[in-house]
Structure formats: C-alpha cells, structure tokens
Design a protein around this ligand. Structure first.
Ligand code: ZN
Length: 170
C-alpha cells in the first residue's frame, strides 16, 4: 500500500462528475484503491476522502470519523431530515474552514465490495462527512456551498497564497 497524491483546488479533476462503478468492475484493483484511499486519508488526518481527490473519476468514497472505516461505492442520499451548520475543511483545499449547512440526518444507499446494495442511516458528523464526500463525486466543493461574496474573498486569498508559493494560476 502506498499513499496517493491528493489533488488540490483548482485541479480541474475536482470539478468533474464521477461515473458509477459497474458491478463487473468489482475487482482487486477496486479493493486496492479503497485500501490506498483509507491509508491516504489516515496519513493526512482526514475523516473522509472521495476518489476524484486522488484523480479517479469513479463513485467511491471512504469515511472514518473514529468509529472504523466505511467504504461507499455508488453512494446516494435517499432521505434527508433537518439541517445543521458546522465548520468543514477539505483535504483538497488546505487551510480553509467554512461553515456549511448540511442535512442533520440522512439515509444512504450504496454498494459494498461484494456488489450488494447496502443501506445506512447517519446523523451528526458522520452524516456531514458522507454528504461532503458525495458532493465530491458530483464535482461540488465546500466553496460552492457558501454565499458568492464570501467565495470570491476566499478564492482571491487562495490565489495570493499560490502566487507566494510560485504556483500556477488557473
Ligand atoms: Zn473534501
């Protein structure tokens, strides 16, 4: 196992929609990807990681809020209850923390590594992280979930810090 490179904003791969995994694609390589994603997530101290963040445009995400690893293949929120605002960060947007509104309680369907459909219910932090990762699978980032004025301010700050680091601008 080896940690994967985490793609950082504004990498265009973060803006693309991921394709659903077909049951025929369930293989050792999918299993390896999930193992490597979990390892990468632990190394960078994240609580969730979505495949586009490691450059793979497939609907796979890993989550661990300290209660053990969860891997989600083709996850979909089928029900949302209530709303909740809390601070979120993202491994692809380092040093940015934003207050984001999410559903408080969710019901999710996904596929497990055996290709069987599973259903789970989550609330609080776990629900938040799962919603954040599902957003990644649609090319949506936390920057898209804040008012546009705030977004412009944060993006211009990010651009200034890229300039300091001599990074490329989009
Ligand atoms: Zn993220």
């Amino acid at each position: 196992m080896s940690p994967l490179e985490i793609r950082k904003y504004p990498d265009p791969v973060l803006r693309r929609s991921s394709a659903a995994v077909e049951v025929e694609e369930f293989s050792d390589s999918l299993r390896n990807l999930i193992d490597n994603m979990l390892e990468t997530m632990y190394i960078f101290k994240g609580v969730g990681l979505a495949a586009p963040q490691v450059g793979m445009l497939i609907q796979v995400a890993t989550v661990d809020i300290g209660q053990g690893p969860i891997s989600l293949i083709n996850p979909q929120v089928i029900e949302t209850e209530g709303g909740d605002i809390a601070e979120e960060g993202c491994l692809s947007i380092p040093d940015v923390y934003l207050e984001i509104k999410r559903g408080k309680k969710i019901a999710v369907t996904a596929i497990n590594l055996k290709g069987k459909e599973i259903a789970l219910e989550a609330e609080g932090l776990l629900a938040r992280v799962i919603q954040h990762e599902i957003d990644h699978l649609k090319g949506v980032l936390i920057l898209d979930r804040i008012p546009s004025l705030e977004r412009q301010m944060i993006i211009s700050k990010l651009k200034k810090s890229w300039k300091k680091k001599g990074g490329e601008l989009m």
